[in-house]
Ligand binder design. Structure first.
Ligand SMILES: Nc1nc2c(ncn2[C@@H]2O[C@H](COP(=O)(O)OP(=O)(O)OP(=O)(O)O)[C@@H](O)[C@H]2O)c(=O)[nH]1
Length: 313
């Protein structure tokens, strides 16, 4: 499968709903080797170059309880002479889309270093990026110093490191960077996750963890209820994250209870919940809708739900 840059360009633009990391750099600097090493932990020394590839990757996070789909675009550069098409593609990137960039050069090739600098200058300012010098195992052929690489990374405000995609291949090569490539990709993906608006909110919270938070909340709210003569307490605030804390503060003010940090966690973790009943004997309901305020209210009389309905997300 060989895609032209034009196809790559359109695929970069249409990755809505998926995170995307694009690997860029001059020809034969090891873009494919680094990508393959991240995905398979292997160095494949001999494979067909000159082909643009998209790797679909499922990235686990939050201890493996959540996953997100990531496309890794490995853009091949068989002809370094023709950079114009690639430049146009880079300059036309949609800054709203969720893209991160891994810019690679070979420390044995100063031209590839110059090109890496050019590429960085054309990338969207706010996109997560990482500059990587590859082929560290070929120190004896080094043309670009680490200091020079770091200086360019500093200029564009991105992290920098030197690696060898082949390090695991050459047995006598020190393996301190064995996980380095993985860390680079993981950092970029995490940055994308935290800056992304396209991800669904986490829904698959492990029930054990979730029930612990609920337990803490029930205890605190019951305590507050015992000391409070008001029949109903409502509190709404404009921001999702602070709304729950503020309403808890109100109910706790009269009781002298203050801290309710775990409640804030619920508000962040479950913003899409429509109704959340806290314990069958509790007279409190916690409810909220995505992007709308979350409130907590004490009911006149408890509702008896079957235990299986205690928490629905
Ligand atoms: N010694 C050494 N060789 C490497 C390393 N990384 C890649 N290579 C070799 O360099 C050559 C080019 O690697 P690729 O991964 O195909 O480079 P690319 O940047 O994807 O190249 P294009 O597809 O032409 O753009 C291959 O023969 C690899 O085996 C490395 O860290 N050390």
């Amino acid at each position: 499968m060989k895609e032209s840059l034009g196809n790559v360009k359109s695929s970069i633009r249409t990755t809505s709903g998926r995170l995307c990391i694009t690997v860029l750099g001059s020809s034969a600097v090891g873009k494919t080797a680094l990508t393959v090493q991240y995905l398979t932990s292997r160095f494949i020394g001999d494979y067909y170059s000159g082909t643009d590839m998209t790797y679909h990757h499922s990235f686990p996070y939050m201890g493996g309880s959540l996953k997100t789909n990531v496309d890794i675009l490995d853009i091949s550069r068989p002809h370094d002479n023709d950079v114009q098409e690639e430049d146009e593609m880079l300059l036309s990137l949609d800054t709203e889309k969720c893209n991160a960039f891994l810019v690679v050069y070979s420390l044995t090739n100063s031209k590839s270093f110059d090109r890496a600098r050019q590429i960085l200058s054309r990338l969207p300012f706010n996109s997560p990026k990482y500059l990587v010098a590859n082929q560290l195992d070929l120190q004896h052929r080094r043309q670009v110093t680490r200091v020079e690489g770091q200086a360019v990374a500093d200029e564009f405000g991105c992290p920098f490191d030197e690696f060898s995609a082949a390090e695991s291949f050459y047995k006598d090569y020190p393996t301190q960077n064995q996980c380095g490539v993985k860390i680079v990709f993981q950092k970029l993906i995490r940055q994308l996750i935290s800056s992304s608006h396209i991800l669904p909110y986490p829904r698959m919270i492990r029930f054990s963890a979730f029930s612990k938070i609920l337990g803490a909340l029930v205890t605190k709210t019951r305590h507050a209820a015992n000391n409070n003569n008001n029949k109903v307490q409502k509190s709404l605030s404009n921001t999702r994250k602070t709304s729950l804390s503020s309403c808890s503060d109100r109910s706790s003010n009269s009781s002298g209870n203050n801290s309710i940090g775990s409640v804030d966690s619920i508000a962040v973790l479950t913003p899409e919940m429509s109704l959340l009943h806290i314990g069958s004997n509790s007279s409190h309901l916690l409810y909220g809708v995505k992007s709308k305020p979350i409130s907590i209210a004490r009911l006149k009389s408890p509702i008896n739900y079957p235990s299986s309905q205690n928490a629905s997300i």
